[in-house]
Ligand binder design. Structure first.
Ligand code: NAP
Length: 289
């Protein structure tokens, strides 16, 4: 049976380190603050917000919530105009160190028009083009998307060295697939980015040392995609026909073959809020230096 790469110890270690850094900032008169913008009250946003607030509270980061009740459909233009105003204020407010918007996939185009008003140095979840460019160039402009970086933090914590390894990333979104590929390539992994038009996908994944699955399809990666000795990171969050939360990997069947695997829930998702907090602390530290 595979080693189970749980996210909770990774998050706990990060939380401990960040709490000390937060205390040091406070000793120098800086209280790190994150602003959250939420439109409507989608259950998944509420649940993510709750875990962000809990994580920030543990570390000592203050959270400002800016809420737009009623959801996107009430008057989208009005909401976007108000969000732009708030984001501009956040960019100019020296007491705020990070800003994150909850991003429903169907409104990503609108979100971009709001993100354009955000100072990239406060872009703790890679909403701006400048942050994204930073991920590709390796510059320290903004921050990588939290989930993409959570994959790397998890591999680091469990001592999975990616240097010189073959990694198959399934998914090429700007939120996960492409940025995680860049982060791993920066550490000398040889990355194959796969997508819905990739031919012979199981052959590619079988000959990789590490598989990162970021597809959004329930239990898509089955036993035919894996081979012994591999490490599998499952980024997917799906709800199956029985209402059960599950990943993009068929955990039950894959775990018999591979060396190590992340569970869903309790894997990458558990690390994401700690990475968000890390970016806020880093932003506060950078502003001070
Ligand atoms: P996305 O934007 O829908 O991208 C999905 C990617 O998967 C696309 O590049 C797509 O290829 C590829 N794909 C779809 N069907 C495929 C197939 N049959 N074979 C190979 N590739 C295929 O999704 P996302 O935002 O990247 O999210 C991916 C998953 O991560 C979702 O389950 C999401 O819920 C989850 N997620 C988890 C966290 C976390 O904290 N753990 C955070 C965010 C998202 P094309 O480009 O060709 O269409």
């Amino acid at each position: 049976m595979a080693e189970i790469l749980k996210g909770s110890p990774v998050a706990a270690k990060l939380t401990e380190e960040l709490s000390a850094r937060c205390e040091a900032l406070k000793a120098r008169g800086v209280s790190p603050v994150l602003s959250l913008l939420r439109v409507g009250d989608k259950p998944e946003d509420l649940s993510y917000e709750k875990s962000i607030m809990k994580r920030c509270e543990k570390i000592g980061i203050g959270v400002n919530r800016i809420l737009y009740p009623g959801g996107w459909d009430v008057d989208m233009n009005e909401i976007i105009s108000r969000m732009r105003g708030h984001v501009r204020e956040i960019s100019n407010d020296k007491s705020v160190h990070g800003c994150m918007m909850f991003r429903p996939a169907e409104y990503r185009d609108y979100e971009e028009t709001v993100a354009a008003y955000l100072d990239p140095s406060k872009d703790v979840d890679c909403m701006t083009d400048s942050s994204l460019a930073g991920v590709f160039t390796g510059s320290e402009t903004g921050y990588p998307p939290c989930t993409a970086q959570a994959c790397v933090e998890l591999l680091d914590y469990y001592g999975v060295d990616v240097d010189g390894k073959n990694v198959a990333v399934i998914g090429r979104s700007l939120v996960i697939g492409r940025p995680v590929s860049m982060l791993l390539m920066r550490r000398n992994a040889t990355v194959t980015i796969c997508h819905s038009k990739t031919a012979s996908l199981p052959e590619i994944t079988r000959r990789s040392d590490i598989i990162i699955a970021a597809i959004g399809r329930t239990r898509f990666v089955d036993a035919s995609f894996v081979s012994p000795g591999q490490v599998v990171v499952d980024v997917g969050i799906n709800v199956d026909a029985d209402g059960k939360l599950c990943g993009d990997v068929d955990y039950e069947n894959v775990a018999d073959t591979v060396r190590a695997i992340t569970p869903v829930p309790g894997g990458v998702g558990a690390v994401t809020t700690a990475v968000l907090a890390k970016h806020v602390i880093e932003s506060a530290e950078r502003m001070l230096s």
